[in-house]
Design a protein around this ligand. Sequence first.
Ligand code: SAM
Length: 342
Amino acid sequence: MTTVDPAPPPPMRLRELVFGAACAAAVRAAARLGVADALEDTPMTVEDLASAVKSQPKTLRRLLRALACQGIFVERPDGTFAHTEMSRLLREDDPHSLRYIALWCTEPWTWDVWPKLDEAVRSGRNVFEDVYGKEFFEYLNEEAPESAHVFNRAMTTSSEQSARDVANLLDLSGVSSVADIGGGQGQVVASLLEKHPGMHGTLLDLPGVVENADPRLREGGALADRVSIVARDCREDIPVQADMYIIKNILEWDDDSTRRALANVRKAARPGARVVVIENLVDDTPSMRFTTAMDLLLLLNVGGAKHTRQSMVDRLTDAGLVIGEIRPVNPYLHAFECTVPR
Ligand SMILES: C[S@@+](CC[C@H](N)C(=O)[O-])C[C@H]1O[C@@H](n2cnc3c(N)ncnc32)[C@H](O)[C@@H]1O
């Protein structure tokens, strides 16, 4: 049985924290091996689990013990293992699955950049370009197809989970067209079009991303005749007219890219158009540990930052947008509702 002190004394807690990489690696290993998918509702012996995930029982037990210390799987008195709420989230078929998010946050490139965090803090710049010789998204889409796939799946899961919240939050009265800038594979657009049958949607993202757009939006898909797909770098231009522009989890890169993307929205949008920016904030949020960790990873890979409420307000104001309501979308996200001045 695995028992863990829920509030260890500070020296033990610090020892645990500096081994955070072991914890992340253990979650990644379980996700890659498919342990959570192999374990059904009935508890299983390590031997049966090992044969299901093609591993050695002894080493699988060590992995499971390390995870059980974190509340991921539980060891029962008879030595079998069972699911916990957290381990279920590693199943691919769980409706709230975090399997691809877990893989994304622990992709091979992350292990190359974390050791250089002190360098990035000193210089204020990303370290990715020094390590890999090109911009992060260029690298991802041109040289790391497996990582790009994981990224797109992770974005899709988190988008699917937040798209419904976004669709429920937004009042779309008077809106007949909506454009999602950097909209990934289009889950938000698809949710909005499904909810509002008269509406037209545009999905704009980089070419390598939109070519794998949600099947509902692609040729032959149920929503295809109401959607335009635009493969474009939104820092270059945004050739899209819409009543409402959505920009979700994009403006967390470097400031220059944010300025260029917002300037292009302003150039494209007619006076009175609505611009809804949705971001995770590093203040005023219940998910501080996760968001501050993502903030550091963004520094390392794109020289970016998660925003505070004020820094987001400043960027939007600088872009000449008029800010209306700022509202939580869910425990992770806030929406800044803006309009283009008349
Ligand atoms: C964190 S994801 C957010 C995706 C989606 N908006 C969502 O919230 O699920 C960032 C997105 O920005 C896209 N992106 C990155 N650079 C871009 C650029 N220069 N022009 C357009 N899209 C870009 C990525 O391909 C990715 O889909």
